[in-house]
Design a binder for this molecule. Structure first.
Ligand code: PLP
Length: 465
């Protein structure tokens, strides 16, 4: 075995009984750099726009691969600081463009443990306890979607995109490669890409002028189609947060013999809120449901879920690779994990989810959900109180669309970019009623009424310029 050159000790490992001793000082450096970078940035985004950010980052990062390394302290300090300084910070109350969640501190702490342990969820001998935990948590999440007695199940994914892809894959395996996806024109682009990737016919798109899939319009489309059908409904659209009428759509699917998938990437966690759960009535009638806890679940990326009513529905994912799940190992009782994903090496994303569910409980999570939904109502009130601003509609979830009254689209687009370049506010954009709107997606439970008021003042200031 080669010995390292003199003066270069082997970098310590994170795991094992001594890993914590090695990590502790490094974590101190990381936490200081995170603090200083965020404090220096001040706002939700670095000021100065892409060129300035890239230049600053280059100064910190180069040389990317020096002949002689800087050592861990310097590399961590410099790069973590540079990334924090140049970050879009979803924990800032004026960072509200996308379904880009501010993760809970406890979930991030758990995620650190997942990195340290580095379990790989593709075979039991790489993840003994983590695989048992994943089985418990996925079952518990599936029970929330499908509460009737039975054997519902769920798999963890990298997010809504992968969950939707798996849903279409399961439908293809169940109904054959001619299965026709039918969806609203508000459906997330990942459904269209999944159909393309899986070689399915191009989805038939139903116009949604009212913002949700209209049962009468869907009925007409389904009546005209032949062959196996998969209707994809949305519980929480990306642009407006609207929820399709799930029960009525499930009835229609029954009438036409169509399968139903619900993309609840955004709205899924309403299941845990007694106040808002009725908005998802009928979701349990879907053949598959996408949830995504790195949106309204305050998890660091990645925390996607695909739930199905019966474990057997996941059978098409079954796969054997002799080095991971040989038949004789499985017969001898080693759990077979490979069929829980299309990925092979897979992080124990379950740990942060399990810690969050246990730490906050149903009521704690419901309180967060209710709080951000209330914040959206308040922001809508504040918009309505201002004659210079127009509200698109009262929010369903946490998305609020608004625009300066009577302004051309280019004013909205330019003001959004001005705020981004100044680093003072991060708002999204959405087209509705053939006009361009500012989109505020509120996911920060710590945002105060004062923060929301300031956000509107910033917008008013930028549109006046
Ligand atoms: C309704 C909906 N579905 C799916 C997705 C994709 O989720 P992800 O980005 O986690 O893949 C999004 C993302 O915003 C979404 O809004």
């Amino acid at each position: 075995m080669r010995t390292p050159p003199p003066g270069t000790p082997l970098p310590p490992l994170a795991g094992g009984a001594h890993g914590s001793d090695a990590l502790r000082p490094l974590l101190g450096t990381v936490l200081d750099a995170l603090h200083d970078g965020a404090a220096e940035r001040g706002g939700p985004l670095p000021a100065g726009g892409p060129d300035r950010v890239a230049e600053h980052l280059r100064t910190a990062a180069e040389p990317v691969l020096p002949d002689t390394g800087t050592g861990p302290g310097e590399a961590l300090r410099t790069l973590v600081h540079a990334l924090a300084l140049g970050a879009a910070d979803p924990a800032h109350p004026h960072c509200a463009a996308h379904l880009h969640t501010p993760p809970l501190a406890l979930a991030v702490a758990a995620d650190l443990a997942a990195s340290v342990l580095n379990q790989s969820m593709d075979s039991w001998d790489q993840a003994p306890a983590a695989s048992a935990l994943e089985a418990l948590v996925t079952r518990a999440l599936a029970d929330e979607v499908y509460p009737a007695p039975g054997a519902p199940d769920a798999v963890l994914t990298t997010g809504g995109t992968e969950s939707n892809q798996l849903a279409l894959l399961l439908a293809r395996e169940r109904h054959g490669p001619t299965v026709q996806v039918v969806c609203g024109d508000h459906t997330h682009h990942s459904v269209h890409r999944a159909a393309w990737l899986l070689g399915l016919p191009r989805p038939v798109t139903v116009p949604t002028p009212t913002g949700t899939l209209d049962p009468a319009a869907l009925d007409a489309v389904l009546t005209a189609l032949r062959g196996p059908l998969l209707v994809t409904a949305t519980a929480g659209t990306t642009d407006t947060g609207r929820i399709d009428p799930l029960s009525a759509l499930a009835d229609l699917c029954d009438t036409h013999g169509a399968a139903l998938h619900v993309d609840a990437s955004y709205g899924g966690p309403l299941l845990l809120s007694p106040t808002h759960r009725p908005l998802l009535d009928g979701i349990h009638r879907a053949h598959s449901v996408t949830l995504d806890l790195h949106k309204l679940g305050w998890q660091p990326v990645a925390a996607g879920v695909l739930a199905v009513p019966r474990t057997g529905d996941l059978a098409p994912l079954a796969h054997t690779a002799d080095y991971l799940n040989a038949d004789d190992d499985t017969e001898a009782g080693l759990p077979d994990l490979l069929g829980r994903s299309l990925r092979t090496t897979r992080r124990a994303d379950v740990l942060k989810i399990a810690v969050t569910l246990k730490a906050l409980g149903r009521t704690g999570i419901a309180a967060l959900v209710d709080r951000v939904l209330d914040a959206a109502q308040l922001l809508a009130d504040l918009v309505e109180d201002r004659p210079g601003l127009e509200l698109y509609e009262r929010p369903t979830l946490t998305t609020v669309l608004f625009r300066p009254t009577g302004a051309p689209d280019r004013t909205v687009a330019a003001a959004r970019r001005t705020l981004l370049t100044e680093g003072t506010a991060v708002l999204g954009r959405a087209r509705a009623d053939d006009r361009l709107w500012f989109k505020a997606t509120l996911l920060n439970p710590h945002a105060t009424p004062g923060d929301l008021d300031t956000l509107l003042r910033l917008v008013e200031g930028s549109t006046r310029r």
